[in-house]
Design a protein around this ligand. Structure first.
Ligand code: ADP
Ligand code: MG
Ligand code: MG
Length: 522
């Protein structure tokens, strides 16, 4: 390895090791300084007073609403119940029953004190949770909006809405190259959080008419919140590029793991685990009516702990009412038969893609092409449409059965497309060992943990330099598009960053208790 690469790698490794505030700029408090509450008036007028968004979905909003409830003796019990219900979701199956019974006895019996003000007849956990929110979204939510806790929420929102420029970040090594530009490791100066910054060169986007594709990727990502899909944290522009700041995935992509470490392919437990997490990711996308269309090993990335996330949503599409789209997109070797034959299609193509992925992880080569073989486009199409894939002895009976059900050429007969969607896939015998509820909650230990001292991507000098295009002139129409892209922080991801990096805890100090303290802006 060349010296330049070693220096770049060790700088990155040092940066991502920094926890406990180590990666923060010495000016971080100033960077996250609250505006005076009088400066939040416009925001107070315009912000949508939606309980679910303000007190459940937004992480800082949820924390402040809980602090408000804790400050009120008559509401403290509701918060303990909410905590208990949250904990219930993280319990393994064996502990669940007893824990559930205790919650019911303590909080949900009609006779118990906390529940007495809520309409009687509630006995189950889900109904309990629903009633809880119904109650809190009434009077308590109104009172919250008059409290100093809501003032503080508005202050945090103002900090969240600060304009984002390249100066918000420190830049580390180049991680990879995409169709419109490079992907770099970066770190937020104020919090120390590491991210991957995907840059789209403005001239490239314009020359290849990638505007709608770029905007599509950004808009789909900002609307998602799944542990199995990369999160968008910021979208901003520089003089030359549009930038998407994404969850940093330090463990490399599945392509790297299938081919660059030992003999091609992965052991069965890893295949099962990655396939199960990808399945959950696809289900989250499909629930939002999004078809992914680009499933292949290089688009599935590993994080520090060995969990995967789906990345690169450039080809993803939101289905309209008709539930169908057309368009021959994707990567040839992984395209479903209905895509190749120009039919209308929907979510079915992603279940085909999952079949290809499971096949490739197991066999160490994709289903319709040997490694190193480069068939012509028409040959490849013919194989996908007509050829029966082959299974060698690396395939156990269950994985073979699963692959052949997913790689069914007729979409209506394919597993995942029979009417119960992903549930059909999850209940296949290959996944018998997987507890999907625990997996969804992030509580299943991955079978492989990436080495924190290793950088799982090509050496910097081996990543081809991004060429520049000449003769493209940017004008006002381009600026209109850039301003649609350049929306700054994405609320949920940003708020999670502030909490996770300890900034919320250190900055969210109130004055003398209960009062709207004059030093709210300290
Ligand atoms: P494109 O849409 O142009 O193919 P990608 O989103 O696939 O671009 O990114 C290109 C490369 O950058 C990937 O193959 C990967 O090596 C790297 N990369 C992308 N996103 C991340 C991320 N979140 N974390 C780490 N590396 C990433
Ligand atoms: Mg890609
Ligand atoms: Mg892409």
């Amino acid at each position: 390895m060349e010296i330049e690469s070693m220096v770049a790698n060790s700088a990155l490794i040092r940066a991502r090791e920094g926890g406990g505030g180590k990666g923060r700029s010495w000016k971080w408090r100033e960077m996250l300084r609250f505006p005076h509450i009088s400066q939040c008036e416009d925001l107070a007028m315009s912000i949508e007073r939606d309980y679910y968004s303000l007190c459940v979905k937004q992480p800082i909003g949820k924390k402040l609403f809980q602090l408000f409830c804790q400050s009120r003796p008559d509401l403290q019990n509701y918060i303990s119940l909410q905590d208990a219900l949250d904990t219930f979701e993280t319990k393994c199956d064996e502990e669940r029953r007893d824990f559930g019974i205790r919650i019911i006895q303590k909080y949900l019996m009609t006779a118990s004190r906390v529940w007495s003000s809520i309409p009687a007849g509630t006995s189950s956990m889900t109904a309990g949770s629903k009633d809880l929110h119904e109650y809190l979204s009434g009077e308590p939510f109104l009172q919250y909006q008059d409290s100093m806790f809501f003032d503080r929420f508005l202050q945090w929102k103002m900090v969240e809405r600060q304009p984002i420029t390249k100066h918000v970040f420190r830049q580390y090594r180049l991680l990879g190259k995409g169709g419109f530009g490079e992907v770099w490791a970066c770190q937020v100066r104020a919090t120390g959080m590491m991210y991957a910054c995907k840059k789209l060169e403005k001239t490239h986007v314009k020359k290849r008419r990638g505007e709608s594709m770029a905007l599509n990727e950004k808009q789909i990502l900002e609307g998602l919140d799944s542990r199995f899909v990369v999160n968008l944290a910021y979208a901003y522009e520089t003089k030359h590029a549009l930038c998407m700041v994404l969850t940093m995935m330090n463990g490399g992509d599945l392509r790297f793991h299938i081919y660059n470490i030992g003999a091609p392919g992965l052991e069965e437990d890893r295949v099962r685990f990655y396939a199960a997490e990808v399945c959950c990711g696809l289900m989250h996308l499909h629930q939002e009516s999004i078809v992914y269309r680009d499933l292949k090993p290089e688009n599935i990335l590993l994080d520090d702990n060995g969990h995967i996330r789906i990345s690169d949503l450039g080809l993803a599409v939101r289905l309209s009412e008709s539930r169908m789209v057309r368009g021959r997109v994707g990567t040839l070797g992984y395209m479903a038969p209905e895509v190749i034959s120009h039919e209308h299609y929907g979510k079915t193509v992603d279940w085909w893609g999952l079949g290809c992925l499971i096949y490739e992880m197991t066999a160490g080569q994709p289903p319709f092409r040997s490694r190193g073989e480069h068939p012509s486009t028409s040959d490849m199409e013919r194989r996908i449409l007509t050829q029966q894939e082959e299974y060698n002895d690396k395939f156990c009976q269950e994985v073979k059965d699963l692959c052949s059900l997913l790689l069914t050429k007729e979409p209506r007969q394919r597993l995942g497309c029979w009417g119960a969607n992903g549930k059909e896939v999850q209940s296949h015998a290959f996944f018998k060992k997987i507890n999907f509820r625990m997996l969804e909650a992030g509580l299943v230990e991955p079978p492989f943990k990436p080495d924190p001292r290793q950088v799982y991507c090509s050496d910097v000098q081996d990543i081809e330099e991004f060429s520049t295009v000449k003769g493209v002139i940017l004008d006002q129409k381009d600026n209109n598009f850039y301003s649609k892209f350049n929306t700054g922080s994405v609320p949920i991801t940003w708020q999670n960053e502030i909490i996770e990096m300890g900034c919320f805890r250190e900055l969210n100090i109130f004055g003398p208790s209960g009062s709207r303290s004059p030093d709210l802006d300290c």
